[in-house]
Design a protein around this ligand. Sequence first.
Ligand code: ZN
Length: 415
Amino acid sequence: MKTNKETYSKEFLSRVPKSDLHVHLDGSLRLSTLIELAKERKVKLPSYTESGMRKLVFKERYRNLREYLYGFMFTTAVMQDPEAMERVSYEFAWDNINEGVCYVEVRFAPQLHINSRQSMKDVLVAVNRGLKAAQLEYNTRPEVQSDKTPRFEYGIITSAMRKFEPSYSEYYQDFFSIHQYSRPREIYPLASLELARAAVKLRDKEGLPIVGFDLAGEEAGFPGEHHWEAFAYAQKHFLKKTVHAGEAFGPESIYQAITDLQAARVGHGYYLFSVGAIKDKSIEDRYRYVRALSEYIADRRVTIEVCLTSNLQTNPRIKSIGSHAFRKMRQGHLSTTFCTDNRLVSNTTVTNELYLAANTFKFEQRELKDIIIYGFKRSFFPGSYSDKRDYVRGVIDHFERVEKEFYGSIDPKQQ
Ligand SMILES: [Zn+2]
């Protein structure tokens, strides 16, 4: 059996079945594909070589969130037609499969991709086509058919934006121009509600595996509570909810995510324990507020989608993984799962995130397994609950086979 002092190898971590519940499609393109699509579609890039793009856009470290987000301008610019959407999605699925990620919930903001050439439906159908093609290729392989390894499953999460500008897409430009008598803060929630309605309709009428609704984008000045109507709509139609909160704003943002928006999961949640980050003057006892909030999250098993590399990149105040708030989340027994956020922009993989986490926080074998399996359990799985249970059981069985192969006997406590 493994002891605390050993480290987990990348080989082991890439072989165990994994999930990714927080990953943006438009932040996870293959760099070679981005360059190729840009050339074909005459999209201007700062460089047309991979090394040039790594130097200028997709870096190892960023100065701040703004610099981190700069690259999305290019990725979304090439994803403006169904062929590009499908290709990116197909390759994305294979990149996950190839590192042992057998369950993925990919998210993106469809409204960033709508234009005169593709509708909301076209965008979502194209993404699903790409994911499905990869799934079909992989799931018909003999090793999957014979249950030697879990099949690949996926769900799509549609992201609404806390804030957007006309320049973000043709759709948003139109949205602003037809609401010219409304204030921007009134326009953002309208776009969210429209997206929630589209997501439910396309799920129900087209059979697309849209499993969740998300809120992304700038937190400061653009509170989640403004989007309550879209989330209430999602709730009434059993579309599950996750919200980016506490990534670049304090605990109030997480509070809104789980109260006004009733999120089952929280993206990042980094500032959950940051008493000093509370801005709301009406909160008198800030310690009590944070304690009550984190206790509720722990007890209700609201899952925090932890993105270590991304947090370090967008928040230079976090000096090392060891000083990440995950340490406190773990002490508080919170439900957590490790995610990539963006495979290209963060230059990472699920294997890499687990490698950093397991070897920094020194997980016991049991704890590592629990965290990985929790990603599957807290997923917004597209099939029935019975299917989900069977699938998770198969994942656990496979996890234990790999564990045995690498470390011999299995921890008896697990039995
Ligand atoms: Zn994110």
